[in-house]
Ligand binder design. Structure first.
Ligand SMILES: *[C@@H]1O[C@H](CO)[C@@H](O)[C@H](O)[C@H]1NC(C)=O
Ligand SMILES: *[C@@H]1O[C@H](CO)[C@@H](O)[C@H](O)[C@H]1NC(C)=O
Length: 404
């Protein structure tokens, strides 16, 4: 290779690897309260407004939906088996001419979803971190049109599943590749109202953060393990209740914890559940709560007695997960609104579920624990960043800058 050629190659590699560090994108997140499903909304296709609501799923590899929800199909095209797109989708199939993809269904009665792989454009918004600015088009956007029977289990208005896995074709990666921006996305799941889903987020303008005071949301880092498995898994080294570690057989935590935006309440091994509930109950009683039996999937409930009165807010023991950090252990702290759930006006239950005794099961961190935290998945560093509970800062994932 001549020097000039070498230089050109070098310069073009540099250009290809220099990311646009300012562009960032924002999508809304809505909680469907009756089913506790969290969905986002994007416009698909050539019609100016063709919103489709998609369940957020960290475990899905390729977005799939009910393509009858797309208003204009004029720009939709089938991906053929021979195309490089089809060939690059791991686990693709072929039906005569058109590319098929089969994958697990996160919800519903039918465990596997089969769909035809298609391409169209999707439109999302740019942001300054706080507002929806201009619409931009992601083209081509690759997804699959699933067969009708798969929509059982998704509740109206949800019409499909948005892929957020660490794989090759999740929605976030199609956006970061299309716009040459840092490969990361962040979720701020709302407990009510509208939350924030950032792609390549730079500033998170959730008041009071990054307002006139200029303070960013404080974030803590922990490594993402083994993302090749297609899951988001973090190591958990210990679990604390009001600062006291549970005594657990160490192998109980070996598998780590997988994050889920579909499972509503964190699921743990029976032995972890029992240790957690025992310790939580002791502390709760010492704080003046009364045991109140079980309710629905929850085994340990408490009557708040007088403790929730007098504007004191919900006072229950703090649960913390100890995680590996850069310089020793860091803690993910869960306070009242994330540790318990109201089942009656004065009765709350420990919002964790006993997942049985299969020792190989991972801990599964559910949405009741994740809501009102900013959680960032950064593939440039393979780190997970999580904020304090925004509720501690008198704000929430559904707080937006006021329009002057
Ligand atoms: C997603 O893709 C990865 C990598 O190809 C694979 O290991 C994983 O099993 C897939 N997950 C699902 C849910 O299909
Ligand atoms: C949040 O509000 C409470 C009560 O209004 C106040 O005591 C507390 O200092 C506030 N916390 C922050 C971080 O602003």
């Amino acid at each position: 290779m001549g020097d000039v050629t070498r230089l050109i190659v070098f310069v073009s590699i540099l250009a290809a690897t220099t990311l646009n560090s300012e562009a960032q994108y924002l999508l809304p997140i809505t909680k469907h309260e009756p089913t506790k499903q969290f969905y986002t909304t994007i416009n698909i296709g050539s019609a100016a407004k063709s919103p489709v609501n998609l369940l957020l799923d960290l475990g899905t590899n390729l977005t799939w939906l009910d393509c009858r929800k797309i208003k204009s199909l004029s720009s939709l095209r089938l991906v053929t088996c021979q195309s490089s797109t089809c060939k690059s989708i791991p686990g693709n199939g072929c039906d005569g001419k058109s590319c098929l993809y089969r994958q697990p269904n996160p919800l519903g009665k039918i465990p596997v979803v089969t769909g035809r792989v298609v391409q169209d454009s999707a439109s999302i918004s740019t942001t300054d971190g706080g507002k929806f600015l201009s619409k931009v088009s992601v083209r081509p956007f690759t997804f699959s049109c699933a067969e009708e029977k798969h929509f059982q289990g998704l509740s109206f208005p949800v019409a499909g599943v948005m892929a957020l896995s660490p794989g090759k074709f999740p929605f976030w990666r199609q956006v970061t590749t299309a716009f040459n921006v840092i490969p990361k996305f962040s979720l701020c799941l709302p407990s009510s109202g509208t939350g924030h889903f950032y792609i390549a987020g730079v500033h998170y303008l959730i008041p009071p953060f990054n307002g006139p005071s200029g303070h960013p949301i404080p974030m803590t880092l922990t490594p993402l393990k083994n993302i090749d498995s297609g899951n988001y898994i973090i190591s958990v080294t210990s679990i604390y209740v009001d600062g006291i570690p549970l005594s657990l057989k160490p192998n109980l935590l070996d598998g780590g914890a997988k994050l889920s935006t579909v499972v509503p309440y964190t699921v743990v091994h029976t032995d972890i559940y029992n240790a957690l509930a025992y310790s939580f109950t002791l502390k709760a009683k010492a704080m003046g709560l009364y045991e109140a039996g079980r309710s629905g999937p929850f085994k340990d409930c408490f009557d708040l007695g007088g403790t929730d009165r007098a504007g004191a807010g919900l006072q229950v023991p703090v649960i913390e997960f100890g995680l590996p950090g850069r310089a020793g252990e860091v803690k993910w702290k869960f306070h009242g609104k994330n540790t318990v759930v109201y089942v009656m006006e004065t009765v709350v239950c420990l919002a964790f579920v006993d997942g049985g005794k299969r020792p190989n099961d991972l801990m599964l961190i559910g949405t009741h624990q994740l809501q009102d935290y900013m959680v960032e998945f950064d593939f440039s560093t393979t780190l997970l960043a999580f904020s304090d509970s925004l509720l501690l800062h008198n704000t929430s994932c559904s707080s937006w800058p006021s329009h002057k």
